[in-house]
Write a protein that binds this ligand. Structure first.
Ligand code: FES
Ligand code: FES
Length: 165
């Protein structure tokens, strides 16, 4: 917890439950602050234009494109990155089913896929294939392992329903 007044351009940023003090100038993207200032390199830079989803993180549980989101725009919102998705030393069900299904080739898209998929499952633990495809439409996999990604999301949904994970 950071207390006391902040100097200059400094602002607080809550990431994975930890409050950091950062000094993002102007419109500097959240993605740059996460990767370069906080060392959270699990979130990837893909297109930088909001088109690929590689940079997806959660803001108060909702998926956002961190490449297009100015860090200053986050305010007091809570950011979750792939590094913060596991709880109590246990992988999120979707992290586990991505591993189980081998839902990656180069894995560059994987953290963004998992963050988007986790946001879907948080609001719909029984999505149809069509709902999954529609929700994940903005996440691009250049290696084309979409069928395994779909299987991983369906597997995680089943696990969440059965375990209440
Ligand atoms: S890097 Fe953000 S959407 Fe592609
Ligand atoms: S696994 Fe390579 S981009 Fe998706």
């Amino acid at each position: 917890m950071v207390t006391g007044p902040l100097a200059g351009d400094a602002m607080k940023l809550n990431v994975n439950g930890v409050e950091h003090v950062v000094e993002p100038e102007g419109e500097r993207p959240l993605l740059a602050v996460l990767r370069e200032d906080l060392g959270l390199t699990g979130t990837k830079f893909g297109c930088g234009e909001g088109q690929c989803g590689a940079c997806t993180v959660h803001l108060d549980g909702a998926p956002i494109r961190s490449c297009l989101t100015p860090a200053r725009g986050v305010g007091s919102g809570k950011i979750t990155t792939i590094e913060g998705l596991a709880k109590d030393g246990k992988l999120h069900p979707l992290q586990q089913t991505f591993l189980d299904a081998g839902a990656m080739q180069c894995a560059y898209c994987t953290s963004g896929m998992i963050m988007s998929g986790a946001a879907l499952l948080a609001t719909n633990a029984d999505p149809s294939d069509e709902q999954i495809v529609e929700f994940m439409d903005g996440n691009i996999c250049r290696c084309g392992v979409y069928s395994r990604i779909l299987a991983a999301i369906k597997g995680a949904a089943a696990r969440i329903r059965s375990e209440g994970a």
